[in-house]
Design a protein around this ligand. Structure first.
Ligand code: HAM
Length: 419
């Protein structure tokens, strides 16, 4: 029986991996332009971090984590997201002692035990940003502008930015109560999870995917009517800055996001055409998270995007990332051991000079080597046979126009470097 990759995971093969590299390079370039520096945290963390950080009434913590006990009996979880880890790293490494705000980005795999479907995987890849140490609305607007900018640079069209404010500990209790008052008469009809959410975190009911809960919740009170003055004016500033930057948004007062740490701004960007998994990125402010994880009152804001969904969005509009595979020279051995040794020496010299080279390991005949040079798209074939060994030269063939020339060994490096 053959062994297959686990459900909901992907192999990124040559041909695809170059496209990933190109997207990642663009993300890194834009991050540097906006002043973000890379943070790399472990792929696994203590389970407690996510239970406390992401929130134990969320789907992620309740159903989707890859959690196991290690050999030392510690509960470990493969990171389902990276905001909690970034906060942990910020605290643990005392980054609050550096110049604030601290602006970080990350890129890497995340793990959620979700039902795999188009655009939804169990191992997927996120690029994300976090800004620590500022409560300013300008930081919220900056990360949204970043996301908006990068999708445009990638050529992704039909974007929709959904924006909300989910309030703060000052205004949320009253909203919570209003939601409970609204849902109480329907309690029996809510799904079993929402019946529990009703008591522990009624905002989560608004995020439920069940048809019946959605229907019941459609006239639920709106958070916007409950925002305190601070949240209201912060939200007004975010909107003002977005308008100033010509970034159109749609208010979605029912969007609570799938993680519990948000305060004030919450947003998602969607590409309608890619189907059910339309959210290409999401994020918001989380002013209480660092405190929740044992730090001081340090505000934060950030977002993360799914890299797989960049490719789905491009595919849905018939586009792709263009990459080139460049092979400068294919060395063709047309003789015995002496020719093979000379070819090896030439390949070695050229590679050291930064000219890309392919060389057969002595297993293919002349014709098969020429065919390989063609299939690999080599710009030149460099042929080394007995005559070349005697003459201390290499016969170079331009694969595009077929022209051939004998190049003395001493000049070969220069010859290719000039091309
Ligand atoms: P999230 O909305 O859970 O937020 O994930 C962000 C993005 O990751 C989604 O919009 C989607 O593009 C992608 N994504 C999530 N789950 C999957 C999946 N199973 N398969 C493929 N792609 C997926 C967060 O993770 C927050 N940490 C974002 C954040 C950063 N908030 C503040 N800072």
């Amino acid at each position: 029986m053959s062994i297959n990759r686990p459900r909901g995971t992907n192999d990124i093969l040559p041909g695809e991996s170059e496209k990933w590299q190109a997207v990642e390079a663009l993300l890194r370039t834009i991050a540097a332009e906006y002043g973000f520096r890379e943070l790399r945290t472990p792929i696994f963390e203590e389970t407690e971090l996510f239970a406390r950080g992401v929130g134990d009434t969320t789907d992620i913590v309740q159903k989707e984590m890859y959690t196991f006990d290690d050999h030392g009996g510690r509960s470990i979880t493969l990171r389902p997201e990276n905001t909690a880890s970034a906060c942990r790293a910020y605290l643990e490494n005392k980054l609050y002692g550096a110049v604030q705000p601290v602006k970080l980005f990350y890129i890497g795999p995340m793990f959620r035990y979700e039902k795999p479907q188009a655009g939804r995987f169990r191992q997927f890849h996120q690029f994300g940003l976090e800004i620590f140490g500022t409560a300013a609305a300008a930081a919220d607007a900056e990360i949204i502008a970043f996301a908006w900018d990068l999708y445009h640079r990638l050529g992704i069209r039909d974007l929709r930015l959904r924006l909300n404010s989910v309030g703060c500990p000052a205004c949320r209790p009253a909203y919570r109560e209003a939601l409970q008052d609204y849902f109480r008469p329907y309690l029996d009809r809510l799904c079993p999870s929402c019946r529990e959410r009703f008591f522990r975190n009624p905002l989560r009911i608004l995020d439920c995917k069940s048809e019946i809960c959605r229907e019941i919740g459609k006239d639920a009170p709106s958070i916007i009517d409950y925002l305190c003055e601070d949240c209201s004016s912060h939200f007004a500033q975010v909107k003002q800055l977005l308008t100033a930057a010509d970034i159109p948004y749609t208010l979605d007062t029912r969007m609570v996001r799938g993680l519990d740490y948000y305060t004030k701004t919450a947003f998602e960007i969607e590409v309608a055409k890619i189907g059910a998994q339309a959210a290409v990125c999401g994020g918001g402010r989380y002013d209480g998270l660092i405190e929740e994880l044992g730090g001081g009152h340090i505000p934060g804001v950030g977002f993360a995007l799914g890299i797989e969904r960049i490719f789905s969005a491009l595919a849905s509009q018939g586009d792709d990332i263009e990459t080139e595979q460049n092979l400068d020279v294919y060395l063709v051995v047309a003789g015995g051991a002496d020719a093979a040794a000379l070819a090896f020496r030439v390949a070695d010299q050229l590679r050291r000079a930064g000219v890309s080279c392919e060389l057969d390991y002595g297993e293919k005949g002349f014709k098969a080597q020429m065919k390989a040079a063609n299939r690999l798209g080599a710009a030149y074939a460099a042929i080394v046979g007995e005559d070349e060994v005697k003459a201390d030269s290499v016969t170079v063939k331009n694969m595009e126009n077929g022209e051939q020339a004998a190049i003395p060994l001493a000049e070969i490096k220069q010859y290719f470097l000039q091309r």
